[in-house]
Structure formats: structure tokens, C-alpha cells
Design a protein around this ligand. Structure first.
Ligand code: NAD
Ligand code: MG
Length: 301
């Protein structure tokens, strides 16, 4: 989709990518990105690395598609080895990303499995440490979002699954990773504009995003004296498979991201990834407990 030379190209951000006007479409969770119309831009043809993460070893969840996949591609091109976490149903998307990590000349480790299971989270971290020979960046991007207009129809099962995917897994993964993280390591979690501006049809999802920011600010204070920096990226509406797997009301898809954003369009995953690169790089050495909002101009507290 992108005709950008690379992410450093100047120009008008409102037209950097065309406004997506996706037809109504729906897949079962977690969905396969290559079956989307249009297919999101992960920066495959545009992200240019400049050695900002040379020799780093990163574990990235939800890295088969969308924002996590764009982060994995960017990190690999910046010189990092990568372990990607995703669900077994997403193997097709995962292989696309694995190929691009390898093409960047970096180690690529794939660990499919369900992060709502604490045991799997511990296995995932152990596998990352073993296969990459260490770990110094933990990037939690995986997430679950399912719209539901009515509180009375929001099932106990969905509420619990959303919290397990978005909050508990982050806790389990960070806890398992911490003994391996030395000074200079970083943890980056993924919130959302929803943390401050909750849509009425995603109470479970929005409240997990508030929890992620709060947890991260506290953890950042706990870990900074060990030389470990914790920060958050909070994207706004971004064209990903999450949106077509019951993330939003499918009838609203043709207008996705265009009405609420001052930018007049949704983001592409490729536009979110550089925020993670900044927080993972040594350039952000004095940035701690921060939430970097990447939302096209929507007002945040
Ligand atoms: P995505 O569907 O491409 O990525 C989400 C990933 O989460 C999936 O690929 C899947 O691998 C992983 N995942 C979900 N449940 C899992 C489970 N039980 N076990 C293992 N992995 C699981 O969608 P995305 O939009 O790129 O989402 C990435 C993150 O960005 C999420 O945390 C989401 O909340 C956040 N976010 C997205 C938007 C947006 O508009 N797309 C906006 C703000 C925040
Ligand atoms: Mg996916």
C-alpha cells in the first residue's frame, strides 16, 4: 500500500497514507491479516533501519500481524534478534514476519501459544532467553478487543479473557522475564487511546488499557534504579485485523478512524512502530514511565 521511500521521508502526514475505506468484512478471532481488504502496511517496503538496536534481543507478543508485526520488522532492521509470540491459528502471518526478520540478517524465533495461560507465558520467556542467548527488551503488544454494546450481554467469559490477554499475560511475561533483564533493558507495553476515552461498546477492553498504563507507571518507578526502563505506547485507530475480528461494529468499518481523528484517517501499523523503536533505543535513556500517544492528534490527559 505504501509508496513511501522510507519512514524518514518528509511530507504531509494527512496524505502520507490514503484514508482506508474498508468494505464491511469479518473474520473469526484472531484473524489472518493477509485476508484483509486492504492489507495493512507493516513497513515491509519502507522501514529503513539505521542500527539503533544493534545486538539487542527482543521478545514481542502479538508479532504476527498489525502493530506487533510492524514492530518486529522495524526492530530486526535496526539490528535486534527477535522472538515472536502469536496464536497457532496465525501461522501464515507469523511466517511472513519470520521471513522478514531473517532477511534482515537477524535471529528469528517463533513461539506459538496462548498467553492467557500463565504456564505458556513462562515457557515463552524461557524459550526466548534460550534461543536468542539472552533477553533485554520485552514488548507486550498482544491484545483482545471485542465490541459489545450492552453490559448485560458482556459475558463473564469475555470479560475474563480480555483481562487475561491484555493485563494478566503482561504481568506473567514481565515477571518471568525480570530475572533475565540487566541494566539497559527495557519493557514496552501497549495501551490505547481507549485508556482515557473509553468507547461505550468496549468496557472490558478500555479498562484493561487503563490498567496497563497504571501498572506500567508503577513498575517504571520500581525498576528504574536497576537501569530497566518501562514505557508505554498508546496507539489511536490503526488499520489491523483486530478491527475485523469483532473489534468494532462491522457496519462502522467503512468510516474506520476517519471521523474521530483530527488527521482524518486511521494509522497504518508502519506508522506506530517507530514509537516502539524510540522507546527501545538508547536515545530514550531518560524517558521512564511515559505513555507515548500515537493517535493522529486526539487529545489525551
Ligand atoms: P492484531 O490482531 O494484528 O494483533 C493482536 C495480536 O494479539 C494477535 O496477532 C495475536 O497474536 C495476539 N493475541 C491475541 N490473543 C492472544 C492469546 N490469547 N495468546 C497469544 N496471542 C494473542 O491487532 P493490533 O491492532 O495490531 O493490536 C496490537 C495491540 O495494539 C493490541 O494490544 C491492541 O489493543 C493495541 N491497539 C490497537 C489499536 C488499533 O486501532 N488497531 C489501537 C490502540 C491499541
Ligand atoms: Mg494476528
Amino acid at each position: 500500500m505504501s509508496e513511501l521511500e522510507d519512514q524518514y521521508q518528509f511530507g504531509d502526514p494527512t496524505t502520507r497514507y490514503p484514508r482506508v475505506r474498508p468494505p464491511v468484512q469479518q473474520q473469526d478471532e484472531p484473524g489472518v491479516q493477509t485476508r484483509m481488504n486492504p492489507v495493512p502496511d507493516l513497513g515491509e517496503n519502507s522501514y529503513r533501519g539505521t542500527g539503533r538496536l544493534t545486538g539487542r534481543k527482543a521478545l514481542i507478543t502479538g508479532a504476527d500481524s498489525g502493530i506487533g508485526a510492524a514492530v518486529a520488522i522495524a526492530f530486526a532492521r535496526e539490528g535486534a534478534d527477535i522472538t515472536i509470540s502469536y496464536l497457532p491459528e496465525e501461522e501464515e502471518d507469523a511466517q511472513h514476519v519470520m521471513g522478514l526478520i531473517r532477511a534482515a540478517g537477524r535471529i528469528a524465533v517463533a513461539v506459538p501459544g496462548d498467553i492467557t495461560n500463565a504456564e505458556h507465558c513462562r515457557f515463552l520467556v524461557a524459550a526466548a532467553v534460550e534461543k536468542m542467548g539472552g533477553l533485554d527488551a520485552v514488548v507486550n503488544v498482544a491484545g483482545k478487543q471485542v465490541w459489545q454494546k450492552n453490559l448485560l450481554e458482556l459475558s463473564d467469559e469475555q470479560f475474563e479473557a480480555t483481562f487475561k490477554t491484555n493485563v494478566f499475560a503482561m504481568f506473567w511475561i514481565v515477571k518471568a522475564a525480570l530475572p533475565h533483564l540487566g541494566p539497559g533493558s527495557r519493557i514496552i507495553n501497549t495501551a490505547s487511546l481507549e485508556a482515557y476515552v473509553p468507547a461505550p461498546d468496549r468496557l472490558d477492553y478500555a479498562s484493561t488499557k487503563g490498567a496497563i498504563i497504571n501498572f506500567s507507571k508503577g513498575l517504571a518507578q520500581q525498576l528504574v534504579s536497576q537501569g530497566i526502563r518501562v514505557n508505554v505506547v498508546a496507539p489511536g485507530p490503526t488499520w489491523t485485523v483486530l478491527q475485523v475480528t469483532s473489534g468494532v461494529d462491522p457496519e462502522t468499518l467503512p468510516e474506520f478512524g476517519s471521523s474521530e481523528s483530527p488527521m482524518g484517517r486511521a494509522a497504518q501499523p508502519a506508522e506506530i512502530a517507530p514509537a516502539y523503536v524510540f522507546l527501545a533505543s538508547a536515545e530514550s535513556s531518560f524517558v521512564v514511565g511515559e505513555t507515548l500517544n500515537v493517535n493522529g492528534g486526539m487529545v489525551t490527559p
